[in-house]
Design a binder for this molecule. Sequence first.
Ligand SMILES: Cc1cc2nc3c(=O)[nH]c(=O)nc-3n(C[C@H](O)[C@H](O)[C@H](O)COP(=O)(O)OP(=O)(O)OC[C@H]3O[C@@H](n4cnc5c(N)ncnc54)[C@H](O)[C@@H]3O)c2cc1C
Length: 471
Amino acid sequence: MTHVTRVLIVGGGPGGYEAALVAAQLGATVTIVDRDGVGGSAVLTDCVPSKTLIATADLMADVEESSELGMRFDGGGGAVDPRSAVTVDLKVVNDRVMTLARSQSDDIAGRLEREGVELVRGTGRLDGPQTVVARLAGGSERRYDADVVLLATGAHPRVLDTARPDGERILTWEQVYALDALPERLVVVGSGVTGAEFASAYHALGTEVVLVSSRDRVLPGEDADAAEVLEDVFTRRGMTVLSRSRAASVERAGDGVVVRLTDGREVTGSHCLLAVGSIPNTAELGLETAGVDTDEGGFIKLDRVSRTSARGVYAAGDCTGVLMLASVAAMQGRIAMWHALGDAVQPLNLKEVSSNVFTAPEIATVGWSQQAVDAGEIEARSLMLPLRGNPRAKMQGVRDGFVKLFCRPGTGIVVGGVVVAPRASELIHPVAIAVAQRMTVDQLAHAFTVYPSMTGSIGEAARRLHRAPEL
Ligand SMILES: Cc1cc2nc3c(=O)[nH]c(=O)nc-3n(C[C@H](O)[C@H](O)[C@H](O)COP(=O)(O)OP(=O)(O)OC[C@H]3O[C@@H](n4cnc5c(N)ncnc54)[C@H](O)[C@@H]3O)c2cc1C
């Protein structure tokens, strides 16, 4: 009789549930122990809710620009500028956000059940490398023995001792969906991806926004040219960006908040959103009982096929801190199962990951970055093409943004790219395919693009990177 592998997964976010689907497909017996709901933070509090909110913000940003394209709204007393005619009902927006998140979670639970995955609502911890103890809702405990364990417990928002969220005025990104009216003046602390996305969204929805950034510019981890475009757009649209400003504390003050900066300045607002990073959910996981090593930040150490330091124990997603993206969590989880269950597996390659900052405009990147090229980590030629020369961009009134490609100097193989544009998340895919398939700029240039289209600029950038053979 063949042995059926028992897989026990702690955490039902993208790292956990995508792994479960692979394990079930490969014939394992699979159990997921999850504390807060299948889909994880990605579906219930982070990725899905924020992108649903941003869908409304994107429409509002389009409305903002639409008067130039000739749009007028009938305000009863005659045609008026769309900017003053359209407002957002945040309660309706947030109800939609939460309904969509719950239904997405239910869809995933339904799919898992159809594939025969057992779902257990509870908090899991290791008791040695082959046992998971689940504390169930009523307080009782159940033990599960497993051949393979996957830890995919995610992360939670970091808060400062001097800035305690109260869920009313001082908020984490998980708490904003309880608001039933737009904040009048929102102070966003932190200008990484999450801070920039929320600042962009609330500003488009009609809130006055102050973005407190401890660095020289917003999005310190992203392409510097892209961040510069975004910061220009933010300030041109009326957002206040305080650079080189570190928040020391956030307190309630009457009906509002006061954010004190380390240099003594004070910023007041009606609400404050804290976006200062994430802490891995690894503290009470019993890692020491199994010999699973973590780094000084508490993130689980692992190799490129998701193995931890304990034999038979794998990890995936935000609890590993490798690259905090739902897509990467899902891939790490799948890789873990392909490896553990003996299927064909390729180690995780971060140089093929496409990612996006969902601001207006969006910033999408794939492969090697400008920072890496400048630091001499890879030799590459690059070309940046502003979108304002693109015919489709002109027709649509798009002025901000660019396409940038990186290729190897000799072979012309495409190794990375950046797109800054509305819906850049949809435009980066041809570049991602070129990177994954090791295509040359000439191969990319020879594929037809639609006329007129934004992707025409990707073809044009590739054409300009062509080198005559004798050069
Ligand atoms: C505001 C925001 C927006 C984002 N937007 C995007 C985006 O657009 N695209 C993108 O790719 N990524 C995005 N991310 C990142 C993405 O949400 C994470 O990378 C992703 O959620 C990681 O998945 P995961 O499976 O590791 O963990 P999670 O999604 O956090 O799921 C972990 C699950 O484990 C459960 N759990 C924790 N501890 C235990 C325990 N001891 N026992 C049982 N269960 C436990 C949790 O309750 C949770 O359900 C965003 C993040 C934030 C904060």
